[in-house]
Design a protein around this ligand. Structure first.
Ligand SMILES: Cc1ncc(COP(=O)(O)O)c(C=O)c1O
Length: 365
């Protein structure tokens, strides 16, 4: 008999997720651009709904989140019965693994894909398989090559965090159309709202026309509600049925449901947030053009910056320099990108300070 309680196999292989830091010891007024949160924060409507909810916190929330689902249907023209809401989209990624992948099964994602996929696979006892990328972008042929009889789920972040790269609608379609129908293709569209490119598609039409595609979305990014933990997925009826069996009965709080519903209705705020993001996504790389920093193209609300591997000029040196100056960006070593830092697009004064400091740090003499 064991002397102590032992977790299921693979659980101890999990390195707990470490998010972007939020503080610098001894510094006030820190510029925090490390977690891809919304620069403008949430809509005033969402804050009002959140506060109004304080009157009702003794009651359980609506376990079906019907109000939020109806609001989502109005915007996306989709069937409310195919939506499942979650405590962040993270929860839905975890539940998909728990329900569909276990010991002996494989869960695929790409080399520099969002970290949670590996954690979710291990937590369910499945084997995580990282598929090589090409030039920091998912490669459909490589993914198809990696599919085996044991593959159960493929996660694609589209656009991907932290690289900012994306797969076009036709590439996603090519991937799906070459997959056996027993494999779930999860299109994690956490940054879909920012991806205004013509050949981008969040995956709703593929969910509509298939039995094995799931799209996940979040209110943590554009809608500025990261702390409330609310996300949703759009999925075929059979998968919705399974997720509703494995999720907690009240997995999304009432405050989150109401704030998210209100956030969807504030088009003005959404447009302002998108305009601010576009402005900096376009001008940030230009304003670093006189430096040794390479900015990778991004379809999200963040940019991956690549630094030369030279002592004094590396990503590690840049991170230290920024911290000294009260600026926090994301170290992406855990994503296999030790020569890079990821920066979230912030407010005007934040971006101006960062640009000034990075030019000071890395200007080409
Ligand atoms: C690609 C991607 N998917 C999912 C998430 C999780 O978002 P949340 O759980 O806050 O909805 C994130 C958060 O950073 C992300 O970058």
């Amino acid at each position: 008999m064991l002397k102590y309680p032992e977790p299921r196999p693979r659980i101890l292989e999990i390195d707990p997720y470490v998010g972007g830091s939020a503080e610098i010891a001894g510094k006030k007024n820190v510029i925090k651009l490390s977690s891809n949160e919304a620069a403008l924060g949430p809509s005033g409507e969402a804050i009002r709904a959140y506060k109004a909810h304080s009157e009702r916190i003794s009651r359980y929330p609506d376990g079906g989140a019907s109000e939020l689902k109806l609001a989502l249907c109005g915007i996306h023209n989709i069937d409310p019965n195919r939506i499942v809401c979650g405590a962040g989209s993270d929860e839905l990624l975890q539940l998909l693994c728990r329900a569909y992948a276990g010991p002996g099964d494989e869960v695929l994602f790409t080399e520099h894909g969002f970290l949670v996929y590996k954690l979710a696979a291990l937590a369910s006892g499945a084997s995580p398989i990282a598929v090589p990328e090409t030039n920091l972008c998912a490669n459909v042929d490589q993914i198809l090559n990696a599919v085996s009889k044991d593959t159960r789920i493929i996660f694609i972040a589209n656009p991907n965090n932290p690289t900012g790269s994306y797969l076009s609608r036709s590439e996603i379609h090519r991937l799906w159309s070459n997959l056996p129908s027993n494999i779930i293709l999860v299109i994690d569209a956490a940054y879909a709202e920012y991806a205004g490119l013509q050949d981008y598609n969040c995956g709703i039409d593929l969910v509509d026309s298939s039995e094995n595609v799931v799209m996940t979305r979040t209110f943590s990014k554009l809608y500025g509600l990261a702390s409330l933990r609310v996300g949703w997925c759009y999925a075929p009826g059979s998968i919705v049925d399974v997720l509703n069996r494995v999720r907690g009965p009240f997995n999304v709080t009432g405050a989150a449901i109401e704030a998210a519903t209100a956030a969807l209705s504030d088009r003005d705020h959404i447009n302002k947030s998108l305009a601010l993001n576009d402005k900096w996504l376009n001008s940030f790389p230009d304003q670093l053009s006189g430096t040794k920093i390479k900015c990778l193209p991004s379809a999200g609300n963040f940019i991956l910056m690549q630094f030369p591997s030279i002592k004094g000029q590396s990503a590690t040196d840049a991170e230290k320099f920024l911290i000294k100056n009260g600026i926090i960006v994301r170290n992406v070593e855990s994503y296999g990108l030790p020569d890079c830092l990821r920066i979230t697009m912030g407010l005007d004064h934040e971006m101006e300070t960062v640009i000034l400091k990075l030019n000071e740090f890395a200007r080409i003499p």
